[in-house]
Ligand binder design. Structure first.
Ligand SMILES: [Zn+2]
Length: 354
């Protein structure tokens, strides 16, 4: 566990983390604590093929590794990838953000390129791990959480009893595709009415187009291709009723999803992260209302506003403490917290924690 590693805090120990996104490829060197010591960010050159992307990744890893290894011991390399990701094989399954990568044996390709075993997990699991380890949950004695990351899509990571919950095939944590509208829109995952369609940045912009409200259109850029969830949020803050209603739908979708998770798992903490989560004041009232309405597990245990996280027996719903760096931080933490079972092998190297 990272906290054991941190308490020993070997001077000069470092890990490398890779955040493989559909738009950007970020590689970081990390030292214990909250510090990313150095970050390399480059575009993910998807159009030039998978081999090009893996080569770019390798070049960045090799450059950072050579710069840091003279200062201390490497704990390993963590990689966060868009999911769903089948573990232990490390095979990507139908990734919406990485077209053409379905069935790609990502772990094998990276390990072959950099000639070193990696700690691979989904980007949303990595982000949840970072929020869990580096946010205030841990110090408050909380051991489990569910995090929804409202970005281009809706990512999800579940921590149960201090560990990422991987499920049977490593594909757990897809609560972004929980159904919140049974007869809703078709989702690329094959389902209908998924949370992702109503609570992602993409969903917010789509809903703004759908309502086709002249006052909202007037408040947004003239070129509708430049509409963003951020601009819709600004319109809502300025009092635009159509924009306000859109964020109520966001809150409703997140609240219905969390109510289901609460009824199933009775967790102490639910976290909303990602760019859209910055509109917390706009969607949180609807989210809390749905959770109270639909979950008789959440309702009697709901923490009062401002109640401290270490209050026993309470259920908290919070805005994430880490910002857009959660994914890359989580990738850096994976080598410290690796789960031999999920990785499908036993690692015996001296870098193993505890
Ligand atoms: Zn879906």
């Amino acid at each position: 566990m990272i906290r054991e590693v941190s308490s020993k805090s070997v001077e000069g120990q470092f890990s490398l983390g890779v955040d493989l996104g559909g738009t950007n490829l970020r590689v970081a060197a990390y030292r214990s604590g909250k510090q990313v010591a150095e970050l390399i960010s480059l575009p993910t050159r998807l159009s030039q093929g998978r081999e090009r992307v893996i080569r770019d990744l390798k070049d960045a890893v090799v450059a950072l590794r050579s710069r840091f290894q003279q200062h201390g011991e490497s704990v390993g390399i963590g990689v966060g990838s868009p999911g769903p990701l089948e573990l232990p094989t490390g095979t990507i399954r139908n990734p919406p953000n990485l077209p053409g990568w379905d069935g790609f044996h990502l772990r094998g390709a990276i390990e072959e390129a950099i000639a070193e075993p990696i700690y691979l997990d989904s980007d949303a699991n990595a982000a949840a791990l970072a929020e869990f380890e580096l946010g205030s949950a841990h110090s408050a004695g909380i051991h489990s959480l569910c995090m929804l990351t409202l970005g281009t899509g809706v990512g999800n990571g579940i921590i149960l009893n201090d560990r990422i919950w991987h499920g049977n095939n490593g594909m757990a944590g897809e609560a972004g595709h929980l159904m919140v509208e049974p007869d809703g829109l078709a989702c690329p995952c094959g389902g209908r009415g998924c949370v992702e369609l109503y609570a992602s940045a993409t969903g917010v912009v789509r809903m703004a187009r759908e309502v086709n409200d002249p006052t909202l259109t007037a408040a947004l850029p003239a070129d509708s291709a430049r509409w963003t969830s951020h601009a819709v949020a600004d319109a809502a803050v300025a009092g635009n009723a159509a924009a306000i209603a859109i964020f109520e739908r966001v809150g409703r979708a997140v609240g219905i999803a969390f109510a289901g998770v609460a009824n199933m798992l009775n967790l102490p903490l639910y976290v909303v992260a990602g760019g859209v989560s910055n509109a917390w004041e706009l969607f949180a009232p609807a989210m809390f209302a749905e959770m109270r309405l639909r979950s008789y597990v959440y309702r009697p245990t709901a923490a009062a506003p401002g109640e401290p996280l270490d209050t026993p027996g309470k259920s908290f719903v919070r805005h994430a403490e880490l910002g857009s760096d959660a994914g890359i931080l989580g990738a850096c933490l994976l080598p410290f917290t690796h789960d031999e079972e999920a990785l499908g092998r036993t690692l015996t190297q001296s870098t193993q924690a505890s």
